[in-house]
Design a protein around this ligand. Sequence first.
Ligand SMILES: [Zn+2]
Length: 103
Amino acid sequence: MANRHGLPAKMTDAEFNEIDQNPPAWLAQSRANRTGKKVWVELTCDVCGYHEAARPKKWWPEFTYLTCEHHEIGSVPDPAEGMHRSEIDGIGTRFVAIVDAKP
Ligand SMILES: [Zn+2]
């Protein structure tokens, strides 16, 4: 989608198409900033409180708990009755996500 932000208001369609196809460096940079997800999340260990900022990944589910990978699984409360627990590692640099979900 074209976004004219920062471009002259009186630009013609031809000019706009030209700049759209061959964006100057400043526009390419600005587009990269806009499309690059600048969203960061704070990952915090529920056991020891260690935290780090990370870029969220699409495949990350909703975490019930988050712990450093070296903690025992028993360090966090048991899943609620009827919930199925799974662990997902590879979150951030050192985290394991614990996800309780209805089976
Ligand atoms: Zn920890």
